[in-house]
Design a binder for this molecule. Sequence first.
Ligand code: ADP
Ligand code: MG
Length: 381
Amino acid sequence: MLKLENVSKVYKGGKKAVNNLSLEINKGEFVCFIGPSGCGKTTTMKMINRLIEPSEGKILIDGENILDQDPVELRRKIGYVIQQIGLFPHMTIQENISLVPKLLKWPEEKRRDRAEKLLKLVDMGSEYLNRHPYELSGGQQQRIGVLRALAAEPPLILMDEPFGALDPITRDSLQEEFKKLQQRLDKTIVFVTHDMDEAIKLADRIVILKAGEIVQVGTPDEILRNPANDFVEEFIGKERLIQTRPEVEKVNQIMSKTPVTITEDKSLSDAIQMMKNHRVDSLLVVDNDGVLKGYIDVEMVDTNRKSAKTITEIMQQPQYTVNEQTQISDAVRRILKRGVKYVAVVDDEQKLVGIVTRSSLVDIVYDSIWGEEEALVADKV
Ligand code: ADP
Ligand code: MG
């Protein structure tokens, strides 16, 4: 959808801000540009919406050279969110959100409806429509900045350090909210940040820039695992790197082959005894052929202690499972995403062959990778 071909920008005075940059961005993709201050991030963004003309190279949107398009028309098709929010203080929230729709001559009623609908997306009611920016908190203003960029349904949105000025807690919640929004609306996003945590959290692909040039392009996972050079490694921060243990990749290398199990026909008191003996708070339930049927934990048993229910009646369906050849990084993601303590490892016939627990992953992954854990668990509750 968006293609940069050997794009360079030399500012007056000979400063080469962007040097021979080539990159292709797919429709619906969330790409983060990251790099130290002055590496050319803003310059690149501004070339995409023609606030700045490239000195060399071509930029294509859906195969069409943007230099062949009317710049004003072009900009209306591209949402743009900047760090300073850029809301107009004398305009109401509705007017601020509806700037582009107004330029596109949407009728008043349609503009209002659209603004109202957008506010809903970020859990703000229509009572905000007639307020002014100064009546809103920083986080709310930034939401409006994002909504304004979405107002005319542009397929492409450029965001230049949009959350940079927010306090960490507001930033965190806006990031979550925005990521969900993006997945729902299926927009192509180019997002500039200098915060690696933000890039890892949001991006499908990260583009690392240094002195106007691309140093590395890859998924967050690829970049964390295989930083291209010392610069990237430094930039990521050593503590964030997944410990490089190339010999450990697949689930079967770290799983425990002796998960504590119970068969379906046993009683609840058998289950309690089993948990006690093995000092675990959860059991995997299997049938007589060893096929995974579900799991029970101590709370489920406790709740049903007084009733005469069987294990089959109170157990939960198997949670997400992995197989022996699953990449460890996938297993990690599943455990983190679900906020669960372990994943069961099964074979092609759903037979239980092992278990990967959080603690078996700790050796493999540095603590900071688990940073998301708390947020995800909190989210679930
Ligand atoms: P970033 O957004 O990554 O911090 P910029 O794209 O703003 O970087 O700037 C890249 C380089 O170009 C910097 O060295 C900056 O000083 C220089 N630069 C930016 N804008 C101009 C300008 N209008 N005239 C001259 N040099 C500029
Ligand atoms: Mg910048």
